[in-house]
Design a protein around this ligand. Structure first.
Ligand SMILES: [Zn+2]
Length: 341
């Protein structure tokens, strides 16, 4: 008999569900065509139907629980989704209770970037480390902090909003209400904005050409042009690296963790931004300088590693499946609720 958990990744566009056993083996993965635009009741119905389908299929095995990753700010105590830019209409919605009511079983809710960090810590780039930080570069920039193999939640579950660390106090306005957050320089959205700014400023004739040729002009095209040697495109990714470098340097100084993982779609442009990022980290963090991998310390000494994620789009799915496997994870959240009641 196998012990397994169901992980759910509720994205801004579709819904993915996986059954994963406690050794990290993927038993089955479903990608539903669920349209988030059809509203939360539709999404919740489809999600519970798919979860039931998986638990029925593996009913001879032991279901440890269900973890659900959602984009946005979650109140861990109440299981409410407080705010989610990608899920309009879910504002202050009791996601956990609604799903538990339908399934008759307990559910653990987690922020999607926290879940991705946990997935990379369990089975990905940081699998040999108990302590790590992860930045997920997608439409926005998400963050997750894992300490002793557990997500660091803060007192309400809202910790690790690393995408909103300020890198330029007078920079572009951010959706969070602040200015110049790293999300405004290192997300796919930011890459496109910087490309458009360069085009509008007349500094990027090749990018202007690419934009007029491609109706789906995005960060990937800017990356391809950087690889092909376009100066303006390269400068954009250097800016990405600069912003990430400032943030990673801060994280290294704050946490002195052994492992920092960069994931998400924009991370596939690693070779275009990593040199600028690493240079910035080295220049700004004396903790990094003292633990740098190519420094002069003896080979046995501990080093700070900054690296790419390994699980690509599945990190969050594995991370949510991991949640019910961690001892006391549910109790911790419920306990917080009871204590505050
Ligand atoms: Zn922000």
């Amino acid at each position: 008999m196998t012990a397994f958990a169901v992980g759910v990744d509720l994205g801004g566009t579709n819904l993915r569900i996986a059954a994963v056993d406690d050794s990290g083996r993927l038993m089955e993965k479903l990608t539903t065509g669920t349209q988030v635009a059809k509203g939360r009741d539709h999404v919740i119905d489809e999600m519970t139907a798919a979860i039931r389908e998986l638990s029925t299929k593996f009913k001879q095995d032991t279901l440890l629980g269900i973890g659900i990753g959602v984009p946005g700010i979650i109140d861990m105590e109440t299981g409410m989704l407080r705010e989610s830019p990608n899920l309009p209409g879910w504002h202050d919605y009791p996601v956990r209770d609604e799903i538990e009511k339908r399934l008759g079983t307990r559910v653990i809710l987690e922020n999607d970037a926290n879940a991705a960090a946990l997935g990379e810590q369990w089975l990905g780039a940081a699998r040999d480390y108990e302590n790590m930080c992860m930045l997920t570069l997608g439409t926005g920039v998400g963050g997750g902090i894992v300490m002793h193999g557990r997500v660091w939640h803060g007192f309400k579950g809202m910790a690790a909003e690393l995408g909103h660390i300020t890198v330029d106090p007078n920079g572009p306005a951010c959706g969070c209400g602040s200015r110049g957050c790293v999300e405004q320089f290192a997300s796919a959205t930011a890459v496109v904005r910087m490309a458009k700014e360069a085009i509008a400023g007349g500094r990027a004739p090749e990018l202007a050409h690419a934009q007029s040729e491609n109706p789906e002009f995005g960060s990937k095209i800017v990356y391809q042009m950087a690889v092909q040697g376009d100066r303006a495109a390269q400068e954009i990714y250097q800016k990405v690296g600069w912003a990430l470098g400032i943030v990673v340097a801060d994280l290294v100084n704050v946490f002195n963790m052994p492992m920092y993982v960069i994931g998400g779609g924009v991370a596939s442009a690693w070779d275009a931004f990593a040199p600028a990022m690493l240079k910035e980290v080295a220049a700004r963090s004396f903790v990094y300088a003292a633990t740098t991998p190519d420094g002069h310390q003896p080979p046995s000494s501990k080093k700070t590693i900054i690296t790419r994620a390994l699980l690509s789009g599945d990190a969050g799915l594995y991370g949510t499946a991991r949640l019910p496997m961690l001892p006391n994870e549910q109790k911790e959240h419920r306990g917080a609720r009871l204590r505050n009641a």
